[in-house]
Write a protein that binds this ligand. Structure first.
Ligand SMILES: *[C@@H]1O[C@H](CO)[C@@H](O)[C@H](O)[C@H]1NC(C)=O
Ligand SMILES: *[C@@H]1O[C@H](CO)[C@@H](O)[C@H](O)[C@H]1NC(C)=O
Ligand SMILES: *[C@@H]1O[C@H](CO)[C@@H](O)[C@H](O)[C@H]1NC(C)=O
Ligand SMILES: *[C@@H]1O[C@H](CO)[C@@H](O)[C@H](O)[C@H]1NC(C)=O
Ligand SMILES: *[C@@H]1O[C@H](CO)[C@@H](O)[C@H](O)[C@H]1NC(C)=O
Ligand SMILES: *[C@@H]1O[C@H](CO)[C@@H](O)[C@H](O)[C@H]1NC(C)=O
Length: 491
């Protein structure tokens, strides 16, 4: 009897303790905080740390798909017609990214190219000619001379080249002619020329050791902590990471900043939706329209409009300040997120979110990139240029040349590692809940024991309280004799 109630009390005490400790831990979130601190410490870029190795040599294969816009009515356009283009592609390359170099290898194994890049020919804007004309805008002596050279060399506003030449470089006759008088001019032109096995300039990164929010953040680029291309400090600031590493414990309401040397500026992305990639939960971040909005729509972008006369509308970024003055305009493919007038000006544009959106799917707990798609288009601004009479017939047009689709998905081995890490984080973070659950089970056991003990006790009392009454009835001598006696007395 005493042993049993003792056991019941022990169970009760343990259960009370478990519940109190468990609920206390849940309320204080001790384990979650511990785990998060651990994550903040673990994810740093120091030699020897686990992330450092994969950061230096990111495991997932990166695919680069190039799409060209083949101009089909170049002659008519020069006479004032609306330009017609057809999209040709993809020409796929596999990209190996190391933190020192980026190299491209022909013909990706995943998606095959539509044709042979060495044979497919594309008619597109003659970029070197437009760059030269822009440079000599209004120049009294040089413009007529170059205009003459262009005629004699047959260098028009458009050119027909193979895909390989356009991407990896060809010797341009006009540039070669100019190079004879000014030797510092590069004779070869290509959209990706010198991008194979080279880097984007030296980056210095934060390790995130002091503050996890700084993990992978770019400190300086080419030795500078500020850019010099634009006209405001805000536009010139180097914000965020280079897009290959993000701090852990991401929030849905935060803006992710990425510095992209291709655009010569920092851009930001905002949360769009929850997604799942290979069983890993992720937040999708995507650049909102305001990133490339005109200065009327978003005042913060005023600094990207270098000279007020040539400001472009929403959805475009003129990157000439960092392209040696060449009239290069960056946008999303097919002018996605841009003003309709740019889409309407070219026949063959059809912006679609699923095909032309840039996005990043990040696992919020670890900051790991599980999937990413970078899509950007290169355009050339075509307009009348003083000193070049042939441009008189042209309307100002943002002319699409090419867009790229750079995509990456986490490989299976890394996905498995992330999943394991997430499982540990979940288990440890929820350890107090396990204690509470254990306490609840003990409580149930305690109550069952208690009720059982109670029932046994009351059952015993009823037994003993019945017997005296019966005994009394039976043993009551008066009652018996009275009954027995009465008839006798009557008779
Ligand atoms: C580009 O268009 C021209 C005609 O304008 C055509 O001859 C050529 O085959 C096209 N190129 C590709 C790769 O389709
Ligand atoms: C060129 O601009 C003029 C004046 O804005 C306009 O009337 C004409 O339709 C334009 N041509 C094309 C091909 O867009
Ligand atoms: C990176 O490129 C330089 C020259 O551009 C070369 O010397 C070096 O070996 C390359 N490094 C790697 C890892 O490919
Ligand atoms: C890029 O460089 C790699 C190795 O340096 C080479 O194998 C590959 O063919 C090059 N790709 C192009 C498109 O030049
Ligand atoms: C690339 O692939 C195309 C078609 O798949 C093929 O014709 C071409 O020869 C390949 N080029 C190289 C360099 O492997
Ligand atoms: C870009 O690449 C991704 C992944 O390979 C693919 O799903 C998507 O269709 C491509 N986009 C376009 C415009 O082809």
């Amino acid at each position: 009897m005493t042993r049993r109630s003792c056991a019941i009390y022990v169970v009760g005490i343990i259960c009370a303790h478990l519940l109190i400790v468990g609920i206390g831990l849940v309320v204080a979130q001790v384990f979650r905080t511990l785990m998060h601190n651990r994550l903040k410490k673990e994810i740093v870029l120091v030699e020897g740390s686990r992330v450092f190795e994969s950061w230096k040599k990111p495991p997932p294969p990166v695919y680069m798909e190039f799409f060209f816009f083949n101009v089909t009515n170049a002659k008519e356009f020069e006479n004032g017609a609306k330009p017609k283009v057809t999209q040709v592609g993809p020409y796929t390359y596999r990209e190996y990214r190391y933190k020192d170099n980026v190299s491209m290898v022909e013909n990706g194994t995943k998606v095959s190219s539509v044709g042979d890049p060495t044979e497919d020919s594309i008619t597109t804007v003659n970029i070197p000619a437009w760059a030269v004309m822009n440079k000599l805008k209004g120049s009294f002596f040089k413009a007529p001379m170059v205009s003459l050279w262009m005629s004699s060399l047959g260098s028009g506003f458009f050119t027909t080249r193979t895909v390989e030449e356009l991407l990896w470089g060809y010797e341009d006759p006009l540039l070669a002619r100019i190079a004879t008088t000014s030797p510092d001019v590069e004779k070869v032109f290509g959209l990706m020329y010198k991008k194979n096995g080279s880097n984007n300039g030296e980056f210095v990164y934060h390790t995130g050791e002091q503050n996890y929010m700084d993990y992978g953040r770019v400190e300086t680029w080419k030795g500078q902590s500020q850019l010099t291309f634009w006209t405001s400090d805000q536009s010139n600031s180097i914000n965020g990471s280079d897009g290959s590493a993000f701090h852990p414990l991401l929030q849905k309401n935060e803006r992710i900043y990425i510095f992209t040397p291709d655009l010569c500026r920092s851009i930001y992305m905002e949360f769009e939706k929850d997604v799942e990639v290979k069983g890993i939960p992720a937040y999708r971040f995507t650049p909102p329209r305001s990133v490339l909005a005109s200065k009327e729509e978003n005042e913060a972008n005023t600094g990207f409009c270098v000279s007020p006369k040539e400001c472009l509308g929403t959805g475009l970024l003129k990157v000439s300040p960092c392209r040696k003055g060449a009239p290069v305009v960056a946008s999303f493919p097919h002018f996605y997120l841009a003003e309709n007038k740019y889409v309407d000006a070219i026949e063959g544009m059809s912006p679609e979110r699923i095909h032309h959106q840039t996005f990043l799917d990040l696992n919020p707990t670890t900051g790991v990139i599980v999937r990413a798609n970078k899509r950007a288009q290169i355009n050339i601004l075509i307009e009348k240029i003083s000193g070049f009479p042939k441009t008189r017939t042209l309307n100002e047009t943002v002319f699409p040349v090419m867009f790229l689709n750079e995509s990456v998905v986490i490989d299976d081995a890394s996905a498995a590692r992330v999943q394991k890490l997430l499982l540990i984080v979940t288990l440890v973070s929820n350890f107090p809940l396990i204690i509470v659950a254990l306490g609840a089970i003990m409580l149930a056991v305690f109550l069952v024991l208690l009720v059982r003990a109670r029932r046994q006790q009351t059952a015993g009392e009823e037994d003993t309280s019945y017997t005296p009454v019966k005994d009394k009835d039976k043993d009551d001598p008066q009652n018996g004799t009275y009954i027995g006696l009465t008839p006798k007395v009557d008779q």
